[in-house]
Design a protein around this ligand. Structure first.
Ligand SMILES: *Cc1c(COP(=O)(O)O)cnc(C)c1O
Length: 393
């Protein structure tokens, strides 16, 4: 008999299920909004990175429809071969203005923005100093670059200095950090990291995926939050979270952006964002440039939810953003908590090892500007019920 060539995958899938680590993906039968419909039930949605509620915003939807009428759907090929729509160039100009950066290039996603950027900037013989909790796309981009990667302790500037002093054999050097760390909601000390970068003449890059549309004046991001315009060499971002669409951003000096267009492999070998995505993102920029109402509401909701959960006796960690982790300890507790929430009408995700350390499992509450006060009150009362039922509070 011929051996089943993919039996090892079935075995590994069974292992994941046995360990409770198998990702069961929920099917959503409604727009991504304050509520979602799952299995015919309407639940309060506390899972999405749709911070500003733009994923189902009437203006973004209309902009996407209108752009389809003018340009169709797809870009046809990569931009270096089939040319680039004026729409993409308009979005890049508008994003650069919005972020007060010299230039911007857009990619298909935040993930590919990192893959395009890091290997284009550093390579063999170079050194990358990387926060130990950086996002998977940064880790993969660092590996692809073939530069030496030296990790420093999370948000620890002194440890960064130590690691820098230990790197003696290098050509170019790059410091890279997430802006907002999405599992805890804490913010990188970018002002201090920039200081270290400047003292040592090292390039610095921040991936502001969870800060885009959230931090800074009107959602202009972490560089604006710390007022570091012109001092951070590369700012990567995403339009898949607060912008409510999908797409990646790289912002920085003109020569960096020009270089990524020459050497960034996901730019050269993968097609551009689709027309409706670009048009919707342009509308998102327009909304953010004209009002900070959504950003303010997001922060007010996050603050309220965190304060009320703490009053109920929950451990809400050390978030400095509208992300609220509800610390539960063991993975089994977090899984059970999420299930009970689901049964009671709240969609909120349990996060456990290996995404967070052993014994630090949690429910991660993603607040948004589109939850009404009534939604939050209802969700809090369900958290209280479940918390008491499972003897967490
Ligand atoms: C979510 C995230 C990404 C990936 O963004 P996508 O646009 O979804 O590909 C990259 N980096 C960080 C830090 C993220 O949180």
């Amino acid at each position: 008999m011929i051996a089943d060539k993919t039996q090892y995958l079935s075995d590994q899938l069974d292992d994941l299920k046995a360990q409770g680590l198998y990702n069961n993906i929920r099917t959503i039968d409604s727009p991504m909004d304050a509520h979602v419909t799952i299995d015919g039930r309407k639940l309060i949605n506390l899972c999405a990175n749709n911070y500003l509620g733009l994923a189902n915003h009437p203006r973004l939807k209309q902009a996407a429809k209108d752009a389809i009428d003018t340009y169709g759907i797809g870009p046809g090929a990569v931009r270096t071969i089939a040319g680039t729509f004026s729409l993409h160039e308009t979005l890049e100009t508008r994003l650069a203005q919005f972020k007060k950066a010299e230039a911007v290039v857009t990619l298909q996603s935040g993930f590919t923005a990192n893959l395009a950027t890091i290997p284009a900037l550093v390579g063999k013989g170079d050194v990358i100093f990387s926060d130990e909790l950086n996002h998977a796309s940064i880790i993969d981009a660092c590996r692809l670059s073939r530069a030496k990667v030296m990790r420093y302790r999370h948000n620890d500037v002194d440890d960064l200095r130590r690691v820098i002093s230990e790197a003696t054999d290098y050509n170019r050097r790059l410091i890279v950090t997430d802006g907002v760390f999405s599992m805890d909601g804490d913010i990188a000390p970018l002002d201090k990291l920039v200081q270290v970068a400047q003292e040592n003449g090292i390039m610095i890059m921040v991936d502001d995926a969870h800060g885009e549309g959230v931090l800074g004046n009107g959602g202009r991001g972490i560089v604006d939050h710390f007022d570091l315009h012109g001092q951070v060499d590369i700012e990567v971002g995403t339009m898949s979270k607060a912008f409510g669409v999908v797409g990646g951003i790289v912002a920085g000096k003109q020569e960096i952006i020009d270089w990524i267009k020459q050497r960034g492999r996901p730019f050269l070998f993968s097609s551009a964002m689709t027309v409706p995505d670009v048009a919707a993102c342009l509308e998102a920029v327009d909304i953010l440039e004209n009002s900070d109402e959504l950003v303010q509401k997001l922060w007010a909701n996050g603050k309220f939810f965190q304060t009320e959960l703490a009053k109920l006796g929950f451990d809400t960690g050390d978030s400095a953003t509208p992300i609220v982790p509800v610390m539960l300890g063991e993975a089994e507790t977090a899984q059970a908590f999420s299930k009970e929430l689901f049964n009671e009408g709240v969609f909120a995700m349990a996060i456990g090892y290996p995404t967070v350390p052993q014994g630090k499992a949690r429910i991660r509450v993603m607040n948004s500007a589109v939850h009404s006060n009534a939604d939050l009150e209802e969700a809090l009362s369900i958290f209280e019920t479940v918390g008491k039922r499972l003897s967490v509070i």
